[in-house]
Ligand binder design. Structure first.
Ligand code: ZN
Ligand code: ZN
Length: 372
């Protein structure tokens, strides 16, 4: 039975912590526990815990899975093991800006990230869904298993850098020796070169194919959100690690519901008679139409709230917004003869002066008739 690590407690945060609070807490603890500055033998293990917690809580998609499923939700995530070096902490602060030659010495370079634009309906965004997406991607060449070398042959150490992947040059300056390290131009930092390239991929280690995967869209996702799927991007050349796939979500508008965060809004049109006498009417919700009661004497602009019928909070399970129904009382612009008589009778009863006998009596109507 797997136990769940409390990543919030590790960073001294509670569940509602904002991104900025997560970052701030991590920064403070990392400065305190980084093995480069803290010589306590326990520092390394503690720092690893802190870093792991940060990797989960700073990534919206991971954090959501963790909130839903605990540690099991993020287990086996690429990048969830082997933290602790300087490159990792730099990466955490600067979002991967540190992946230069120094961090990749002698390792094959990584594949590109991919972006997929996914269009979903308004209701799917509110309630969550699963989508099958298909896209072209550079995947590992099956003939050479990604090595780029013809089967039966092997990549050999690059003679220019002796397999180190980097070239060091030493210069004397006024300030002393300066060592300059650059990626080896012959092997592009791989440290290996392929003498007899694989015929399928011409030595690249990759071939283009179509891939289809199922993407789970969490309830409450909104226009412009991105879902990151680690390791689902392009694989790197010659066995290099894969990049990420970013699924950018686009939500179609709803014909009669408007959304702002977790709240939904609907403008409900009713007649003067319905507002005055009360009625039952249907309003749209993401779960279908629902009947609500309009009380007698309802005023224009009245807000009726359907609690819990809004949008689920993306990161707080069980929290869901409301559906706000705003009442618009529509004044009729065309009346039948009978309707006019009833309204005139109503006005007479209420002692209200009104225009009489047809549409031609008001100033506006007279001007309109003259122009028409
Ligand atoms: Zn190949
Ligand atoms: Zn080289």
């Amino acid at each position: 039975m797997a136990t769940t690590t409390d990543y919030y407690a590790t960073l001294g945060l509670d569940k509602g912590a904002t991104d900025a609070e997560v970052k701030k807490a991590f920064r403070k603890l990392a400065q305190q526990w980084h093995p480069d500055v803290n010589t306590d033998p326990a520092a390394q293990a503690r720092f690893k815990e802190i870093n792991e917690a940060y990797q989960v809580l700073s990534d919206p998609e991971r954090r959501q899975r963790y909130d839903l499923f605990g540690s099991a939700g993020v287990e086996g995530d690429p990048g969830m093991a082997g933290f602790g070096g300087f490159a990792d902490i730099f990466d955490a602060f600067f979002g991967g800006a540190a992946g230069g030659a120094a961090g990749r010495r002698g390792r094959p370079s990584g594949g590109s990230d991919l972006r997929y634009d996914l269009r979903i309906s308004f209701t799917e965004a509110v309630l969550g869904t699963e989508k099958e997406i298909e896209f072209p991607v550079l995947g590992r060449c099956e003939t050479c298993a990604g090595s780029g070398a013809k089967p039966g042959t092997q990549a050999v150490a690059c003679p220019q850098c002796n397999g180190r992947g980097e070239i060091r040059s030493v210069r004397q300056t006024m300030l002393g020796q300066m060592v300059n390290v650059t990626a080896c131009p012959r092997c592009n930092g791989d440290g290996k070169i392929v003498d007899t390239p694989c015929e399928t991929c011409r030595g690249d280690g990759r071939t283009e194919r179509r891939r289809s995967i199922r993407v789970s869209i969490p309830a409450g996702i909104d226009e412009g959100h991105q879902i990151r799927l680690s390791n689902e991007g392009e694989v790197g050349p010659r066995g290099g690690p894969a990049g990420s796939l970013y699924v950018a979500v686009h939500v179609a508008p709803h014909p009669s519901l408007r959304r702002d965060g977790t709240e939904l809004y609907h403008e409900l049109e009713i007649s003067i008679a319905q507002a005055a006498l009360g009625t039952r009417v249907k309003v749209p919700t993401v779960e279908g139409e629902e009947e609500i009661e309009i009380r007698p004497g309802t005023q224009p602009g009245t807000e009726l709230r359907l609690r819990g019928r809004g949008v689920p909070h993306l990161r707080r399970p069980g929290v869901r917004g409301d559906l706000h129904v705003f009442v618009k009382v529509v004044v009729p612009t065309k009346l039948t003869r009978a309707q006019r008589e009833h309204l005139e009778a109503y006005a007479a009863e209420a002692g209200e002066p009104v225009n009489r006998d047809g549409s031609g009596s008001g100033l506006f109507e007279r001007v309109r008739d003259a122009l028409g």
